[in-house]
Design a protein around this ligand. Sequence first.
Ligand SMILES: C[C@@](CO)(OP(=O)(O)O)[C@H](O)COP(=O)(O)OP(=O)(O)OC[C@H]1O[C@@H](n2ccc(N)nc2=O)[C@H](O)[C@@H]1O
Ligand SMILES: Nc1ncnc2c1ncn2[C@@H]1O[C@H](COP(=O)(O)OP(=O)(O)O)[C@@H](O)[C@H]1O
Length: 303
Amino acid sequence: MCSEAQGLTGWNVALKVSTAAPAKINLWLDVLGKRPDGYHEISTLMLPLKDVCDRVDVELKEAGFTVRCDHPKVPADDENIALKAARAYFEVAGWTGGAYVRIAKNIPVAAGLGGGSSDAGAVLRLLNRLSTRPLPEPELRGLAARLGADVPFFITPRPALATGIGEKLQPVEGLPEYPVLLVKPPVSVSTAWVYGRIKLTRGTRRIRIPTLSARPWDLTAVMENDLEPVALEAFPVVGHIMGWLLGRAGVRGVRMSGSGPTVFAIFRSFEDAEKAGFEARNAWPECWVRVSRTCAASDFLSG
Ligand SMILES: C[C@@](CO)(OP(=O)(O)O)[C@H](O)COP(=O)(O)OP(=O)(O)OC[C@H]1O[C@@H](n2ccc(N)nc2=O)[C@H](O)[C@@H]1O
Ligand SMILES: Nc1ncnc2c1ncn2[C@@H]1O[C@H](COP(=O)(O)OP(=O)(O)O)[C@@H](O)[C@H]1O
């Protein structure tokens, strides 16, 4: 790579960059209505998880776009949303050249944890940091929204109220780092399939932020997910896991994350979450089980 090529491409010096791409949970998810474009208006509080993260590397190349991922269910071609993000960024930035994207997968796939969207957000974050003319945040968010409803949240993962189809973000400060136990049954649920079967019963958006800010541990008062009934009917195991988690010592609230099937439980303390995690591995040996915590601020701005 010669310097005039860098001048032409608009890149800074670094040619290989890397960052963590966190999973997310939805503390609540209201579906408010269906839009003419087929997407649904939602209002959801999204919380990134501190240590359930993919690792995303981006290497700039003279030409060509390729992706490698160590998970058999993740596309290794142009269908990979992280590669779509790289192509889209180069096009908008007017860059020549290409990119090699490498993903080390730790977030379960099609789990309701935003794994693919997080990888795409990480690629946009990395490329924008490399640029000699970074895109302003609103333009970057618009590019992200064209890739997927969840992607704008993952450009700067931090607690935020997401509205619209998920692309309008209002950061929420001052929340605790909640201890979380995640249990994912061995079923794959498509987001489109769940949204396609939802019965729209909620008329207006409930205002929950003041309640949560006043009483951040009174979680049952705010935790809801309008996508749950569709997933519970199709996959009763999701309901069985939710019922089991509600019986654990120190539990503060249980919900399905996003379009599922992952169920998450928030606990009074990290010790309670770890104890429940140990019990879950014995009670649900066929499930993916992780103990984590939500992030109070964006731990992902730096790298
Ligand atoms: C449900 C949520 C909650 O955070 O997350 P996941 O469970 O996927 O992690 C999101 O709304 C998922 O966003 P995302 O995963 O980006 O969905 P997209 O790929 O954009 O959309 C997949 C399909 O879901 C439907 N969809 C998605 C978002 C939305 N607000 N309304 C919709 O109707 C559309 O049919 C769309 O074609
Ligand atoms: N980088 C990626 N990581 C995970 N899934 C991806 C990726 N790129 C494309 N996909 C596709 O997106 C689908 C949704 O995956 P994912 O984003 O993990 O689900 P969810 O939005 O429920 O968390 C998967 O079935 C997979 O085929």
